[in-house]
Design a binder for this molecule. Structure first.
Ligand code: DAT
Ligand code: MG
Length: 165
């Protein structure tokens, strides 16, 4: 059965021009990309994404890292879809700690630990189906994904939005 997973190329990956390399590595999975966009991560989005780590001593540094304080203020967000997507992507990413990650994994090859102790590990990938659902719904609107992966409802929006002038 197909499943979906959220991937983020983090600000260090973008700053180091690793986007192409990371996408090429992920293409080994033969999964489908069903959503992709650039995001300037707000503090609010960052805190929600990493909410489960709020009590960790490295939380503040982690928020600064993902919002781009140390690199570029942007992240590339993608949804990968297909058989065993979560595990396939996590396997190519490697361990959370880039120094413990397999050298051939994305984090092993491109990640580092800063002197301040931040794991700059280039990529985020959902850990399980519950996290994937929570994270994809946090980062993407239904219409930004080309497959109907979760139920969505039509709502009347009165919110102002920009159009091309
Ligand atoms: P993962 O990103 O592998 O799912 P996680 O969800 O436990 O790992 O943590 C999220 C991010 O927080 C991780 O990518 C890097 C940072 N992090 C985790 N543990 C850390 C630690 N002990 N020291 C510094 N940063 C850490
Ligand atoms: Mg995680």
């Amino acid at each position: 059965m197909g499943e979906q997973t959220l991937v983020l190329i983090k600000p260090d990956g973008l700053k180091k021009s690793l986007t192409g390399n990371v996408l090429t590595r992920l293409s080994e999975t033969k999964l489908d990309i069903i959503g992709a966009k650039m995001v300037q991560v707000s503090r609010e989005l960052a805190e929600e994404h990493y909410g489960h780590l709020k009590d960790k001593p490295f939380f503040e540094e982690l928020i600064k890292y993902i919002t781009g304080e140390y690199h570029k203020k942007k992240v590339m967000a993608l949804v990968y879809w297909g058989e065993g997507a979560i595990k396939k992507v996590r396997d190519i990413c490697g361990s959370t700690n880039p120094e413990e990650a397999e050298p051939v994994s994305i984090r092993g090859a491109y990640g580092r630990i800063t002197t301040a102790g931040v794991f700059e590990n280039v990529i985020h990938a959902s850990e399980n189906t519950a996290d994937a659902e929570r994270e994809i719904k946090l980062w993407f609107e239904p219409d930004e994904i080309i497959v109907d992966i979760y139920p969505a409802a039509e709502v009347e929006e009165t919110k102002k939005k920009r159009r091309w002038a």
